[in-house]
Design a protein around this ligand. Structure first.
Ligand code: MEV
Length: 339
């Protein structure tokens, strides 16, 4: 159901850029990276998960008017939308669907995409780039998309990138804090009883979400009962993580993250590089450590006991081979604040 404002922008008589010779002003779309605290993979099988935006890293799309056919400028490609390589077909479809959705299919613009989110590391790069483009295009035309419309447009790019995305990445890259997610239902923002100090460490190895998800699918089909048990266990961990977040119980949160990692290993999505970073994090005093995102390459997320422990933990992880580390503070927020 469209709101009055959405109907306004859908109505051709209210879309002056279609007929006006005056070009719209440049516009910017922004989205952040993402972290999954618990429930990656099991979320594909209708179990809950908990994710949050990783705002230190972000994607931005700048849209400006040009003459001639629309163009893309990015680290991977510079040229017309029409000639974009196959690897960008998801993004191109997402951009085209967005201009269609905002009612300006004949417009000409340059979309310049910059992202500080490393690709293939489970940090939501593809969803963030798509969300920044969707938001940038909507803003360029002064259109207002509903959250559901935005999510379904981002999904177009995500399906190309991952095959069968649960939708958690698309939600996380535009979220304002931690939330509980179940496929095809609205997110539930979560309260945080005490600030959390995390370290994200990049193994430096590229992961492949599609391959990791297919690997779990294979297990699910061939070892159904055992895999269902691991997925159920991951769902229990998600409830525990939610409780620990609410209560500010960092010890229990750390323990729950470690249980999640055991289950994720059991379904085959950890690897030796991630395992040795996790061992090092725990040896260096972390309360918990696990992969974040699809695994098989990519990053781990580590829970420090307090703010002072973050720098030594990051140092230990870099000495153990992490290519990059980022500190993350998850700020306290009450149930009233998210209402
Ligand atoms: C990827 O960030 C998270 C996965 O659970 C896949 C998905 O939910 O679409 C591995």
């Amino acid at each position: 159901m469209l709101t009055r404002q959405e109907r306004f922008w859908r109505d051709p008589i209210n879309t002056p850029a279609l007929t006006s010779a005056v070009s719209p002003r440049p516009a910017l779309g922004l989205a952040s990276g993402k972290l999954i605290l618990a429930g990656e993979h099991s979320v594909v099988y209708d179990r809950p998960a908990i994710a949050l935006p990783f705002t230190r890293l972000n994607a931005r799309a700048r849209i400006s008017s040009i003459d001639g056919p629309s163009r893309v400028s990015s680290a991977y490609y510079e040229g017309t939308l029409d000639d974009a390589p196959d690897i960008l077909s998801g993004m191109v479809d997402c951009i085209r669907a967005t201009v269609e959705a905002v009612g300006h299919p004949r417009e000409h613009f340059m979309i310049q995409v910059d992202s500080t989110i490393p690709t293939g590391r489970g940090l939501g790069s593809s969803a963030a780039v798509a969300a920044s483009a969707v938001r940038g295009i909507a803003s360029y035309y002064g259109a207002v998309l509903s959250h559901e419309e935005e999510m379904s447009l981002v999904r177009i790019a995500e399906v190309h990138a991952h095959g069968t995305p649960s939708g958690i990445d698309a939600e996380a890259v535009v979220a304002t804090g931690p939330f509980r997610f179940v496929k095809a239902t609205p997110i539930v923002p979560l309260p945080v009883g005490r600030a959390l100090h995390l370290v994200v460490a990049d193994s430096g190895l590229r992961g492949n979400t599609r391959a990791a998800v297919e690997g779990v699918r294979c297990r699910f089909e061939n070892e159904r009962a055992a895999t269902e048990e691991h997925l159920d266990q991951l769902a229990v961990v998600v409830d525990d993580v939610q409780d620990a977040l609410r209560d500010g119980d960092t010890e229990f949160l750390g323990t729950s993250m470690n249980v999640a990692q055991r289950e994720l290993s059991a379904i085959g999505v950890s690897d030796s590089a991630l395992d040795s970073l996790i061992v090092e994090a725990l040896r260096a005093g972390a309360l918990g450590a696990k992969i974040t995102g699809s695994g098989l390459g990519g990053c781990i997320v580590v829970l420090a006991s307090d703010a002072e422990s973050v720098a030594p933990l990051a140092e230990a992880l870099r000495s153990a081979g992490a290519q990059e580390t980022w500190p993350v503070v998850v700020h306290e927020r009450s149930a009233e604040e998210i209402r």
